[in-house]
Design a binder for this molecule. Structure first.
Ligand code: NAD
Length: 307
C-alpha cells in the first residue's frame, strides 16, 4: 500500500474554499492533519452579490466536526495579506498556499466592458499575487513553501467568450514559472493546474451526466501530492487534471529556420522557408528562450537568403 500522505503541523491556506474545488481541498487537508485557513468572501460566481460569511463557516464547521482544525477568513483575495495574517495569527505559520478563488465574467470580446476585464484580472491575477506575496517572506524565512496556482484550459487553448479569463489564466502560468525559478533556492515549490470539475462554475455549461464524472475530489490527489513535503523536485510545472485524468503539459518548439540576418531577410525570405518554421518533426522541449547567441552565430554563417 502506498504511504498515506499527511500534513500534520502544517498550515494550508485555501482561497475560495467555500465551495467547489476549494472546499474539496480544504476538507482533504483538514482530514490529513493540517491546520486549514478556509478563505471565501461568499458572493456569486460572477463576482457579484455581497459577501456572506456562511460559505467559509460551513466548511470550517465540516472540518471541525470531522476532528480537524480550521479557521475562516472572509477577505477578498485582493487583500491577500489579511488572509495570510489569519494563518499566522491562528496557527503561527503558513506552509502551503492554494490560490484557487475565481470568478467568471464571460462575454463576447465585442461586448466586453473594462469592468469585466478588470474584475477578472483583479481576482485571478492580482489576488494570486497578493496571497503569494504575503506568504513569500514566511516561506523564505523557514526555507519551506508550497504554492499551487489555478489556470484553466481556457488560458492554455482559448475559449469563446472568455478573453478576460483566458488572459488571466495564462498569466498565472507565467507567474508560476517565474515563482518556481525564484523559489528554488529556498525550497519553495510552485506548480499550476488546469482543472476540470463539477462546480457552480461549470454547472451552467456542462450536462449533468458529464458533471457526474467530474468530482472536485478527483482533482485533490494531484494537488495534495504536489504540495507535500516529499515533493522536492516537481516545480514550475503545468498539469491538466480532472475526471481521473492527470497529465503534465510542456512547451514544444519547432527546430525552425535560421536565416541570414541582413537586408535579404525580408518577408519573402521567411515565406520561402515557412515549412521549416512550422515543422515539428525535430521538436525541442524548452524550459527557457532559444539559445540566442548560438542562433546568432548560425545566422551569420548562413548564405544570403533566397526569396
Ligand atoms: P466555484 O465558483 O465553486 O469556487 C470559487 C470560489 O471562489 C467560490 O466559493 C467564490 O465565493 C470564491 N471567490 C470568488 N472570488 C473571490 C475573492 N475575490 N476572494 C475570495 N474568494 C473568492 O468554482 P470552482 O470551479 O471550484 O473554481 C475554482 C478555481 O478553479 C477557479 O480559479 C476557477 O477559475 C478554476 N477552474 C475551474 C474549472 C472547473 O472545471 N471547475 C476549470 C478551470 C479552472
Amino acid at each position: 500500500m502506498p504511504e498515506e500522505l499527511r500534513y500534520d503541523g502544517q498550515t494550508v491556506v485555501v482561497t475560495g474554499a467555500g465551495g467547489g474545488l476549494g472546499k474539496a481541498y480544504a476538507t482533504f487537508f483538514g482530514a490529513r492533519g493540517a491546520n486549514v485557513v478556509v478563505n471565501d468572501l461568499g458572493g456569486g460566481f460572477k463576482g457579484d452579490g455581497s459577501g456572506s460569511a456562511k460559505a467559509a463557516d460551513t466548511v470550517v464547521d465540516e472540518i471541525k466536526k470531522a476532528g480537524g482544525n480550521a479557521v475562516p477568513n472572509y477577505d477578498s483575495v485582493e487583500n491577500g495579506d489579511k488572509i495570510i495574517e489569519t494563518a499566522i495569527k491562528a496557527f503561527g505559520r503558513i506552509d502551503v498556499l492554494i490560490n484557487n478563488a475565481g470568478i467568471l465574467r464571460d462575454i463576447s470580446f465585442k461586448n466586453m466592458k473594462d469592468e469585466d476585464w478588470d474584475l477578472i484580472m483583479k481576482v485571478h491575477v492580482f489576488g494570486a499575487y497578493k496571497c503569494a506575496h504575503a506568504a513569500w517572506p514566511h516561506f523564505k524565512k523557514q526555507k519551506y513553501g508550497r504554492i499551487i496556482n489555478t489556470a484553466s484550459a481556457a488560458g492554455l487553448f482559448g475559449s469563446f467568450g472568455q478573453t478576460n479569463y483566458s488572459a488571466a489564466k495564462l498569466g498565472l502560468v507565467g507567474f508560476t514559472e517565474t515563482l518556481a525559478k525564484e523559489g528554488v533556492k529556498y525550497n519553495i515549490i510552485c506548480n499550476v493546474i488546469a482543472p476540470i470539475a463539477a462546480s457552480r462554475m461549470t454547472a451552467t455549461v456542462m450536462p449533468p451526466d458529464v458533471l457526474e464524472n467530474l468530482k472536485p475530489e478527483w482533482v485533490v490527489p494531484l494537488v495534495a501530492t504536489l504540495v507535500h513535503k516529499n515533493n522536492t523536485r516537481e516545480t514550475g510545472s503545468i498539469f491538466e487534471v480532472g475526471g481521473g485524468h492527470v497529465a503534465k503539459l510542456r512547451w514544444e518548439r519547432a527546430k525552425g529556420a535560421c536565416l541570414k540576418a541582413d537586408e535579404s531577410m525580408n518577408p519573402g525570405a521567411i515565406l520561402a522557408r515557412w515549412d521549416e518554421v512550422v515543422n515539428y518533426k525535430e521538436p525541442q522541449y524548452p524550459s527557457g528562450p532559444a539559445e540566442f547567441m548560438d542562433l546568432l552565430e548560425q545566422a551569420n554563417q548562413m548564405p544570403t537568403n533566397k526569396q
